[in-house]
Design a binder for this molecule. Sequence first.
Ligand code: NAP
Length: 295
Amino acid sequence: MNVPDAAAPLHAYLFADPAAHSLSPRMHAAAFRAAGLGGIYEARQVPAADLRAALASLRAPGVLGANLSLPHKEAALPLLDDLSAAARAIGAVNTVVHRDGQLWGDNTDAPGLRHALDDLGYPWEQGANVVVVGAGGAARAAVYTALILGEQNVYVVNRTLERAQAIEQNWANPDADFQVVAAPAADVPWADISLVINASSAGLDAPDQTPLDAAFLARLPAHALVYDMVYKPRDTRLMRDARAQGLKAENGLGMLAHQARLAFAQWTGVAVPPEVFLGALNSADEGPGGAGARP
Ligand code: NAP
């Protein structure tokens, strides 16, 4: 349990730029209530130049830690005292934990995605093939998740192929029984794919935008699952196109809830049920600060 006995109220933060419309305060306020802890979670707009000072402020007594969102997830790595294996492998931190003056960086996006897919009944199995769309921090977390859960080949499809190739190079290992392949969408063996994860920002705040032509979705097998990390709008164009092909498709709210749940557990040692976080998201209204807001 990381909860100090000190009289100072417990604090956790979101550092992001922009931060105003984050859903995280809503989720963590609900979690503090459910845990019976009088904690305060505050979203702070932190420009890139102020990240070092913002992180240093986390070493104060009573501060549990912080979530990091754009543009800080990668920049924070060299500013922390230690990193989890996941954060190191992914190269991105979304959760900073303060323990006795030390700052530890973790990545709960990766297990958050795993739990969201578990909830949907996705059968992780050796030998399955996965497509990850995007090549930013979320995509790297998705590639890591697929690899540690035994998927055989991960195809990384990105608007800028060079960024996908950098991910391929990061995982290049001639002795491994898996492969990460940067590929244009046209080169993906769609008929052999069991999971498509959109980890790009395409579709975010853009109901008619999709990162994948519907013609590629039409080549997927009937059992394939399409998971869109985007959750604003809740029904993205990608999801609609996938459903039109008879495929199962889901938005990123489950991942958002699970990454928050796992961060809260790291900070407090308290396992608040996922329903508390999902409930906070589902009760959110559309509009500023509502369901369409950023993590
Ligand atoms: P990022 O580092 O900024 O990467 C954005 C990626 O999206 C890049 O690969 C970029 O391609 C691609 N992209 C942007 N606009 C595009 C478009 N119009 N068409 C095709 N590709 C486009 O962002 P990130 O941190 O990885 O996050 C990516 C997405 O995941 C965001 O929507 C974020 O909200 C979401 N996310 C959701 C959760 C969750 O819990 N549900 C957690 C983390 C992230 P280029 O390389 O060509 O620029």
